[in-house]
Design a protein around this ligand. Structure first.
Ligand SMILES: [Zn+2]
Length: 336
């Protein structure tokens, strides 16, 4: 099925077994967590220290490297990613670029610092088939074959570590201001899933809104997508379901299915006892209705029910079901 919004872009998938290294050639990659400043200082004496970071701001994604030699920043690299990328991808891509830099560099010892534990864990996991993890590991392996040393470190974000702060700043700049073609643009599976889900929801909602069924439900919940959150918040209950569908202990409904001799309400033999009659106009429940309207601060009408349902405060503050008569529901519940 074509996925809208993807523009024919390639989806990021697990690397195929054929392109993964043979188990005998798998290398062990570890990272060390540097919790304190003293830990960081004790592990910063490499020829080159590469600080990496990824950033997602207002749906803009970027990553960056801040490369330090001899205690000063010698080089920076900003990386651009498309808006659908995740921060995790940005962090992982920055690590991959750091490993690539080490592989291509003429220097021989490197410390790579990232504040993304999940990205480091993916790189260190020899079973991970994430394409960026595999590429990173491949650069590390090639570097080791050249006699280089690459050490990976996790550092705390926003802890005042100069290199990390600098990489954070560069990644933000890359996210907000980069106008060039993305350096890495594979769509994360989470984005594709969200697109498919949104498309399904829109299609379902279109059928619901334009269809003839569920007339009573639409009085309460005119939009199926908004309804999902409201019903989840209310928590489905037997009586609530009867109210929201009109399929329950109401004479008109019971009569329709030959469960009751007459569709009329106890208030008037010529009036059908429908759900809306009970809630909006039946004189039997006038006091309950009055109390509820006082609490809601608005008149109960067919047109206002959907607004009450959409208003979290009103919805939770005034329990519609509790106020519009429990006795009648109890009686009719046993009938169905
Ligand atoms: Zn009535």
């Amino acid at each position: 099925m074509p996925v809208p919004g993807l523009g024919g872009r390639e989806v990021e998938q697990r690397a195929k077994f054929a392109v993964q290294p043979h188990p005998a050639e798998t290398i062990a990659v570890q990272f060390q967590c540097l919790e304190s400043r003293a830990d960081v200082d004790a592990n910063s004496s490499w020829e080159v220290c590469v600080y990496t970071d990824g950033s997602k701001i207002e749906d803009k994604v970027g990553a960056a490297l801040s490369i330090w030699v001899g205690g000063v920043e010698a080089k920076t690299k900003k990386l651009s990613l498309p808006s659908y990328s995740t921060v995790y991808q940005a962090e992982l891509y920055a690590l991959c670029e750091a490993a690539r830099f080490a592989h291509n560099s003429s220097r021989s010892t490197f410390g790579v610092f990232s504040d993304s534990r999940s990205a480091l864990e993916t790189v260190a996991d020899s079973g991970s088939a994430h394409p960026l993890a595999l590429e990173t590991r491949s650069h590390i392996k090639n570097s080791r074959n050249q006699g280089k040393i690459i050490n990976l470190y996790w550092v705390k974000a926003h802890a005042g570590l100069q290199g990390n702060e600098r990489a954070d700043q560069l990644a933000r700049e890359a996210a907000l201001h980069s106008k060039r073609k993305p350096d890495y643009d594979l769509c994360p599976v989470s984005f594709v899933k969200r697109q498919i889900r949104d498309q399904s929801l829109r299609e379902w909602n279109g059928r619901y809104v334009n269809g003839e069924a569920a007339a009573t439900t639409k009085v309460f919940l005119p939009d199926a997508i908004a309804a999902y959150k409201i019903v989840k918040d209310l928590g489905p209950k037997a009586v609530l379901t009867q109210v929201l569908t009109g399929h329950g202990g109401f004479s008109e409904y019971l009569y329709r299915y030959k469960c009751k001799g007459s569709p009329s309400c106890i208030c008037d033999s010529t009036t059908e006892e429908t759900l809306l009659h009970v809630i909006l106009s039946c004189p039997v429940y006038e006091k309950n209705r009055f109390d509820l309207e006082q609490q809601l601060g608005c008149k109960l009408a067919k047109e206002s029910i959907k607004e009450i349902m959409a208003d979290l405060e009103k919805r939770n503050g005034a329990n519609l079901l509790r106020r519009v008569e429990p006795r009648e529901y109890k009686r009719t519940e046993t009938e169905i």
